[in-house]
Design a protein around this ligand. Structure first.
Ligand code: NAD
Ligand code: TYD
Length: 352
């Protein structure tokens, strides 16, 4: 077995579906607290799959985590569980500290105790894979080189600060205890099952619902977009062949300004779902107040991963965004399920 945390969220859910689509892979114990971002509908196709054991719980729950490790004896842990939205971390950061820092600490400690008791090959092959973000490196200017694994940590938001702290804990557990870890820092993901509080799914759904497409500030902030399926394949490579104690950057080689991302979405929707009045979805674009502390540019240099493990992303932005828009058009039932009362409350808190 492998233990996946946060496997009902966007990336964790895609990872579990991907992993279990390969019949020779081990089963998955999926530990998820089911916060607003966790969604069992993403995992609906695994309902009767005996290789998937879903456990509703918190990575910060020591007794539960210790019990799961003892019972299922996983050969690896992949830690996706986190509070992940920058804007929410600005409104309130306590849960970011609780889950991203204290929760990761608890998971590390329980895993270390479990690993200490293993012997022989089980001890040798065990690894703890921590999933993190490029946001820990801070913000780049237009002319700076892309982030490499040796960039210093300069987080600017409560979210990125909490992820930076968790990365430091993971690193320290390796250097102090010899605990077998690998960390990956990836750029902005997009793709199916993405909760529509983040830019791309929000823009798609707002466009379809005739609502404003909110662009923070001047819309010239740059993100390096990584298709979620490519992220999953990179994690599989690192889990399989990554060197213990190392960190690997994962990026899509797709730097785009926010305004261009939203205009691309509009153009695809104009083609696939034209408005009855012949207008373009672009007309719904609305510039709104900027996010405080908004990082100007992220860009990942993923050449270490290519050089050492032979990984490159499969999707270009053009292919990935088209697949993504089509997925949202084809999956109204999943969308219905996430656009609940609490989601509407978030929209009015953030955008009014
Ligand atoms: P998400 O918010 O969609 O999902 C997070 C999942 O974790 C949810 O299912 C939630 O219920 C679960 N969770 C939250 N707190 C928990 C706890 N205490 N115990 C157990 N489960 C808990 O996030 P995501 O976008 O899928 O991100 C996954 C990981 O990747 C995170 O660690 C995030 O920091 C990192 N990351 C994400 C992106 C991105 O673009 N989405 C980019 C870089 C890194
Ligand atoms: P987001 O998807 O929240 O990811 P992150 O903050 O982790 O990069 O935002 C991506 C970019 O889009 C970021 O520069 C903020 C911007 N953005 C908007 O312009 N409007 C929005 O409504 C949202 C949610 C984000």
């Amino acid at each position: 077995m492998i233990l996946v945390t946060g496997g009902a969220g966007f990336i964790g859910g895609n990872f579990v579906l991907d992993w279990l689509s390969v019949p020779s892979n081990e089963g998955v114990i999926n530990l998820d607290k089911l916060t607003y971002a966790g969604n069992l509908a993403t995992l609906a196709s695994l309902k009767d799959d005996p290789h998937h054991i879903f456990v509703h719980g918190d990575i910060g729950d020591k007794e539960l985590v210790a019990k799961l490790l003892k019972e299922h004896q996983p050969r690896a842990i992949v830690n996706f569980a986190a509070e992940s939205h920058v804007d929410r971390s600005i409104h309130g950061s306590a849960e970011f500290v609780n889950t991203n820092i204290v929760g990761t600490f608890n998971l590390l400690e329980c895993a270390r105790e479990y690993w200490n008791e293993l012997d022989g090959s089980a001890k040798k092959v065990f690894r703890f894979h921590h999933v993190s973000t490029d946001e820990v490196y801070g913000s780049l200017s237009a002319t700076d080189s892309a982030f490499t694994e040796t960039n210093s940590y300069e987080p600017n938001s409560p979210y990125s600060a909490s992820k930076a702290a968790s990365d430091h804990l993971v690193r320290a557990w390796f250097h102090t205890y010899g605990f077998p870890v690998v960390t990956t820092n990836c750029s902005n993901n997009y793709g199916p099952y993405h909760f529509p509080e983040k830019l791309i799914p929000l823009a798609i759904l707002n466009a379809l619902n005739g609502k404003p497409l909110p662009i923070y500030g001047d819309g010239q902030q740059i993100r390096d977009w990584l298709y979620v399926g490519d992220h999953c394949s990179a994690i599989r490579e690192v889990l399989d062949k990554g060197k213990l104690g190392e960190t690997y950057n994962i990026g899509g080689w797709n730097e785009k300004a926010n305004i261009d991302v939203v205009k691309t979405i509009c153009a695809i929707l104009d083609e696939l779902k034209p408005l009855a009045d012949g207008k373009s979805y672009v007309d719904q674009i609305t510039y709104v107040k900027d996010r405080p502390g908004h990082d100007r540019r992220y860009a990942i240099d993923a050449s270490k991963l290519e050089r050492e493990l032979g990984w490159r992303p499969f999707e270009t932005f053009d292919t990935g965004i088209r697949k993504t828009v089509k997925w949202y058009l084809d999956n109204p039932v999943w969308i219905e399920g996430v656009v609940s009362g609490s989601y509407r409350d978030w929209l009015s808190k953030q955008y009014n």
